[in-house]
Write a protein that binds this ligand. Structure first.
Ligand code: ARG
Length: 593
């Protein structure tokens, strides 16, 4: 990797670089990675926690250090002179508390205002990621689980992209498999003119799926035809391929509507895409002696698992696992991805665990302990629950239509907005277009944020009332917070654009300093969210930031104060960072509310 430009990367990264230099000077005989964390106490902003570990390495080796504290003292003393660090002190067994220079913090914020938030992108060790997300199944329901996968996956993609990582956004749709036999036969039966049908003509695909399933279960003769249809489809027979394509196309149109509403970009490479690669991939694994015969199926036995991974079914057909092996092979060897990330419900954890292990056995992936690329990760998430604590469903229908759900969020946020604006007499200031756009941004944003803010592994309860509340940790609250900052800036007579270049940020008041420090942590937050694949980290940051801004705004007068120019810049910087958070969460920020 090329050396980073000075000032590039997160603040934590920059402090780590300085600490690394100090460590080299302090204990040249040992090679250690700097351990730098945000300070929890009040004696510093960041802290270096290397001393104790170093002590256990050097004691008894004739070192001149008497204890960990002495090592800490030396680390503090050997920090290179620079404009980043104001002072460093040592506490207890060698914790080095580092205080950042106020003027450096201010300058970093000002640089960002002038050169753009992209200059605050973290530097990640990975260059190309395959992100496998959303991935619904054709003609089956696209359920709230797929909504979660879509929202979480899109945010991860956005965070990596912001960090200058190339992301291959992959929709691994379930477009292959035995269900197609029945769907195709049912299509022939119900719609003899199927070739001329437009994509809307057969109506609801889920209803179609259910009806064909019923037909399949009830009529042995139909079942027989359906099973033959699978064989003819897989044998490449023209008519069957065409029918398959038609069904996929109809499904795709439905999915695309949801993606459009959510503003999510995805490239479809469904299961069928990898099908031709399966035989050769299994051949390779076989020649390595990994595949065995078991009860008529071909399987891979994996240490620590009771049941083996089936890769060829008893009827000779391929399955989910064989497809995933072929897809992984493709992603590693053709797409040359370094990190392959799969976003599905936690229920599939065992599948991923097993097939990742199989790939390791085949030597495709290094041992995770080596912390090397390429690597694979399963991003699991919990269930969406209804108010009754059971799996989320809407009203009478069994499944939740994602489009309907988003519509409802929008119309609810619109009626609340209308009511409030009418009460304030502000409705006259709004055009219909603005009302529409704002309710969309607020409503859709609320759905996304409610999904993203919790640790993804926990189940969450879907509640319009909760997510659309303007109090607490909700997107609506955050949208208000952002809009309020924008209105402060509008209220001032000063020109922020001009101030960015000519003005100066001073962080004299303690609440200004706290806010400033939190702002510059932005890059390391994105870094952490990417590294641990946790969008909730970014949500938490956004919420805390708005709280810190409130404290600052409560205690520091902006408009009309002597500090107005500097404080206005802090307002602007907060708004910029908040907007960038929204952006990464896939939420459209609003400027007035
Ligand atoms: N289609 C699957 C489902 O709906 C998800 C696919 C996830 N991706 C993968 N490569 N297995 O559960």
């Amino acid at each position: 990797q090329e050396p980073a430009a000075p000032g590039a990367g997160s603040v934590k990264q920059q402090i780590s670089n300085l600490v690394a230099l100090s460590l080299r000077a302090t204990v040249p005989e040992v090679d250690v990675e700097p351990i730098v964390e945000v300070c929890t106490g009040k004696f510093g902003d960041y802290q270096c926690n290397n001393a104790m570990g170093l002590w256990s390495k050097v004691k008894g080796s004739g070192t001149s250090f008497k204890n960990p504290n002495a090592i800490g003292q030396a680390i503090a003393k050997n920090l290179p002179a620079c404009d980043v660090i104001e002072s460093a002190s040592v506490a207890g067994p060698g914790f080095v508390n580092i205080v950042l220079s106020k003027s450096w913090v201010a300058k970093r914020i000002q640089d960002m205002l002038v050169n753009g938030i992209t200059t605050w992108a973290p530097i990640l060790p990975v260059k190309r990621v395959v992100l496998d997300f959303s991935s619904p199944n054709i003609a089956k329901e696209m359920h709230v689980g797929h909504l979660r996968s879509t929202i979480i996956g899109d945010t991860l993609a956005r965070m990596f992209e912001f960090s200058n990582v190339e992301v291959l956004r992959r929709n691994h749709v379930g477009d292959w498999g035995t269900q197609f036999g029945m769907l195709i036969e049912f299509l022939f039966e119900k719609f003899p003119n199927w070739e001329e049908l437009g994509s809307q003509a057969i109506g609801d695909l889920q209803v179609f799926y259910k009806a064909s399933k019923q037909r399949f279960d009830e009529d042995a003769e139909f079942k027989d035809r359906a099973q033959q249809a699978v064989v003819r489809l897989q044998g490449g027979e023209e008519k069957y391929r065409a029918a398959w394509k038609k069904i996929c196309e109809i499904s795709r149109n439905e999915f695309d509507q949801v993606y459009k509403l959510l503003d999510v970009q995805l490239e479809e490479k469904g299961e069928s895409f990898y099908n031709p690669y399966i035989p050769q991939v299994l051949e390779k694994l076989s020649s390595q002696g990994l595949i065995e015969e078991s009860e008529g199926a071909r399987v891979i036995f994996i240490q620590g698992h009771q049941i083996p991974l089936i890769v060829v079914k008893r009827d000779g057909g391929f399955n989910y696992a064989s497809t995933d092996l072929a897809a992984l092979w493709y992603r590693l060897n053709v797409e040359k991805a370094e990190w392959i990330i799969y976003v599905t419900d936690v229920g599939q954890q065992q599948h991923f665990d097993m097939f990742f292990k199989a790939a390791r056995m085949a030597g495709w992936l290094p041992d995770p302990k080596e912390k090397k690329f390429p690597k694979t990760s399963h991003v699991g998430f919990g269930l969406v629950l209804g108010a009754d604590g059971k799996r989320f469903r809407t009203r009478s229908t069994e499944v939740v239509r994602l489009g309907d759900l988003l519509d409802e969020a929008k119309s609810r946020s619109k009626s609340e907005l209308l009511q409030r604006l009418t009460e304030n007499g502000k409705i006259v200031d709004w055009t219909d277009e603005e009302l529409e756009q704002t309710s969309k941004a607020v409503g859709y944003g609320a759905v996304k944020y409610a999904d993203l803010k919790n640790n993804r592994l926990t189940n969450y309860t879907f509640s319009f009332d909760q997510m659309l509340s303007d109090k607490g940790n909700t997107a609506v609250y955050l949208q208000y917070a952002h809009a309020r900052i924008c209105s402060i800036i509008r209220k001032s007579n000063m020109d922020v654009e001009e101030l960015k270049v000519s003005g100066n940020i001073s962080l004299a008041h303690p609440d200004e300093r706290v806010l400033g420090l939190y702002l510059i942590r932005y890059a390391e937050i994105v870094e952490e969210a990417c590294t641990n694949l946790l969008p909730s980290v970014l949500c938490e940051y956004l919420y805390n930031l708005s709280e810190m801004f409130t404290r600052f705004y409560t205690n520091c007068q902006v408009v009309g104060s002597p500090e107005e120019p500097s404080r206005l810049l802090l307002c602007e910087a907060t708004a910029v960072v908040m907007r960038q958070c929204f952006q990464l969460l896939g939420i459209t920020p609003v400027y007035k509310l």
